[in-house]
Design a protein around this ligand. Structure first.
Ligand code: ADP
Ligand code: ZN
Length: 608
């Protein structure tokens, strides 16, 4: 007998404490309950996990979840156990004794959900036991990992296609937050989901305010400012190199911020320890390379800063997407510069891989910078990139808040290109600016004799630097690394000719003198993020203090107990009895039984 969506909604209410399904959840769950495979692309925070958790609980048999990272599994299993769901994981970190115990529970049919890694799953001894186990469904989380066109390719995922033959009657559910059309095609082909229904939600993340700034001066200083404006909240900062993360974390600590570096070069225990500390804190900052990735399901990350830009729009959306998973306001801030672009292109060039794959990657990098540099809504640009149609501007990114004014800079661009041409690509950016302004110290006769020497009086030095960046972003100039003393050379010859001939216009942003930073939308505290009336903030803080203590006692992250949003609702509703408390979103029966009395006591004490 097939369970109905109403029964699923009942589980959603009772076990997870949510009033109703969101977005495409209901549709995906209906599909799985009917025993059909599906591919679901839902945005981060869109509630992907419930799409397979609830059918696993309702359908007879074990729900098998394939997940790429131990940290992801640990978090989900802990959260499920808090809600009273019979869930366990089998990964390389589990001791033999616990492993045996878990298998006993599997064989006794006691478990609803079992989390495994792809390589663990395909290991012969595991496969053999699973063949004998009735399965409710197989969920493949972060399914984009199967695709070379995606940005997190994991060869292990390729083996998962075999599940179609091994378990022909078990519905398989592939879920991911980032997959453009091409990646989706790959997922279907590789995972043998040709006939599966596809569910693609909107990529909108209305709780996320996006900002991007061209770097002007040292990124570290700017990052320190941005973090200082966001004191007391959790954040993730991405940096391009291991060294970079260490330096930035150190600088932040000096400034009194609880910050740690995280990268693949660290000992695995150190890494695990830092991750745990970050997850359990309410105001810690993690400075990481992309090695700190998918494992991070911390819902209350309030900001993500790219001190160095990501590699593609997919990576951007996924990394920025780690902010605000709980649905409360959060920010994504990206710092980028022309030399970052040059570096990214160089790195792709130096890789050993198919020319076709290289071309895709170069295009992805270019598309990212087009979005960062663009004069259109950032959120809309990303959503269009993922194939959404009829997208409206978000109204809250830096471009929507203050659309950059541009002006025709074709003449100035001609001068700059011509100067680069005449100087033979032998000089860096600073020299080029001096040359245009005629300020070169002790110019050689050669240089002083060039017709471009001193022709650029219409712009200031910063104005020229901006314009040169712009030309770099547009590919009209390119930067050669030259051992960290980059030289500027002409870029795309066709484009340069078109500019010379006046057939291609160059539009530059007008520098607004003394314009205040658009990212300065300061957020003061968690309570004000949640728009909590001042009268309720005291109770909210008291509840958070209780949660902190409880989380410390159990050694779990605070959000596994209750999300901020739930505590804020409690603070406003001030329930006096279990019934009223149970009506609040995020308070399921398991948590009501476990924490109801303690929470009511905090409320009573506060009111008394
Ligand atoms: P994803 O994996 O898609 O990023 P999760 O499954 O971790 O998202 O869910 C994100 C958050 O949204 C979780 O805190 C979850 O409890 C909450 N959530 C999921 N579904 C609902 C719903 N229908 N109503 C309210 N909250 C929900
Ligand atoms: Zn916008």
């Amino acid at each position: 007998m097939t369970a109905s969506l109403d029964e699923a909604r009942e589980v959603l209410r009772r076990t997870f404490g949510h009033a109703d399904f969101r977005g495409l959840q209901g549709e995906v769950i209906t599909e799985a309950l009917a025993g059909r495979s599906a591919l679901a692309v839902l945005p981060t925070g869109g509630g992907k996990s419930l799409c397979y958790q609830i059918p696993s609980m309702l359908r007879p048999g074990l729900g098998l979840v394939v997940s790429p990272l131990i940290a992801l599994m640990t978090d989900q299993v802990a959260a499920l156990q808090q809600s009273g769901v019979a869930a366990a994981r089998l990964d390389s970190a589990i001791e033999p004794e616990e492993r045996a115990q878990t298998w006993r529970r599997v064989e006794a049919g006691e478990l609803d959900l079992l989390y495994v890694s792809p390589e663990g799953l395909m290991a012969p001894h595991m496969m053999e036991r699973l063949r004998r186990t009735p399965l409710a469904l197989i969920a493949i989380d972060e399914a984009h990992c199967v695709s070379q066109w995606g940005h997190d390719f994991r060869p292990d995922y390729r083996t998962l296609g075999r599940l179609a033959d091994i378990f022909p009657d078990v519905p398989r559910l592939a879920v991911t937050a980032t997959a453009d059309a091409r990646t989706r095609d790959d997922i279907r082909a590789e995972l043998r989901l040709e006939d599966a229904q596809e569910f693609v939600a909107s990529f909108a993340r209305p709780e996320l305010a996006l900002f991007a700034e061209r770097k002007s001066g040292p990124a570290q200083k700017r990052v320190l400012e941005l973090v200082a404006e966001r004191r007391g909240r959790s954040g993730v900062i991405y940096a391009g190199s291991r060294d970079g993360t260490e330096r930035l974390a150190e600088a932040l600590r000096q400034a009194g911020v609880d910050a740690q570096a995280y990268h693949a070069g660290l000992d695995k225990h150190v890494r695990a320890h830092r991750l745990e500390a970050f997850l359990e804190a309410e105001d810690a900052v993690m400075v990481a390379t992309i090695a700190f990735g998918m494992g991070v399901d911390k819902p209350d990350v309030r900001f993500v800063i790219h001190a160095d830009p990501p590699g593609s729009i997919e990576a951007y959306w996924q990394e920025i997407g780690r902010a605000g998973r709980d649905g409360d306001p959060a920010e994504g801030i990206t710092l980028y510069g022309a030399s970052d672009l040059a570096w990214a292109l160089r790195r792709i060039d130096g890789r050993e891989m198919d020319e076709a794959v290289k071309q895709v990657q170069v295009r992805k990098v270019r598309q990212l910078y087009a979005m960062l540099e663009g004069a259109g809504c950032r959120a809309a640009a990303v959503r269009r990139y993922f194939g959404e149609e009829g997208v409206e501007p978000c109204g809250q990114c830096d471009v929507c808040l203050s659309p950059p004014e541009t002006q025709d800079a074709t003449q100035a661009a001609q001068k700059a290109l011509s100067a680069v041409h005449r100087m033979g690509g032998r000089f860096g950016r600073g020299r080029l600016v001096d040359h245009l302004l005629g300020k070169t110290k002790d110019p050689s006769d050669f240089e002083a004799g060039l017709s471009t020497f001193g022709v650029g009086q219409e712009l200031s030095a910063p104005g020229w630097r901006d314009l040169i960046d712009q030309l770099l972003f547009e590919g009209l100039l390119r930067e050669d690394p030259n051992d960290n003393r980059p030289l500027i050379a002409l870029g795309d010859a066709e484009g340069v000719r078109a500019v010379y001939r006046g057939e291609r216009q160059v539009r530059a942003r007008k520098a607004a003198p003394g314009a205040e930073r658009k990212t300065a939308g300061r957020r003061r505290s968690a309570a004000s993020d949640l728009a909590l009336p001042p009268a309720d903030q005291g109770l909210f803080e008291a509840l958070r203090a209780w949660r902190r203590e409880e989380a410390g006692r159990q050694h779990v992250p605070p959000y596994v107990i209750f999300h901020d949003r739930t505590l804020a609702e409690i603070a406003q509703a001030r329930p006096a009895a279990q019934r009223a408390l149970g009506a609040i979103s995020g308070v399921g029966e398991g948590k009501l039984a476990r924490y109801g009395e303690a929470v009511l006591a905090v409320v009573r004490e506060f009111e008394g």
